[in-house]
Design a protein. Sequence first.
Length: 134
Amino acid sequence: IELLGHAVMVTTTPCAGPCSSSALYDGATGRLVAAVGGGGGMDTSYTTPAHVAGDVWAFNDGSASVIYQNVRTGRVLARTALPPDDCGPDGCDPTRLVRAGTGVVALGGRGTLHVLDRGGRLVATYTIPTCAPQ
């Protein structure tokens, strides 16, 4: 359970994972608003919601996508696929979303930073130099 402004996100994981799904509820009435990710839902096993602005929050899924969703209405405003990185054929899914200025940064594997603007558009990708494991 996570509070997202006035909304409540409830996540259920019916198996050993990754197979979680999340739903948004109105915090005042308890009414179901929508599934996180919209009608088709999405795997929320690794989601780390980040507040964008107003009622809009960003969610990441297990397929390197970032979804901007209004938690009051349930409407999905943007769905952005992130570019592949250098972590192999399946890539490194973003593991953490953080609010940055007026947008969101998805912190990916091996020091990859994907910057999304307020509308959910990918505006930059940076690779931060990292040291090899010893």
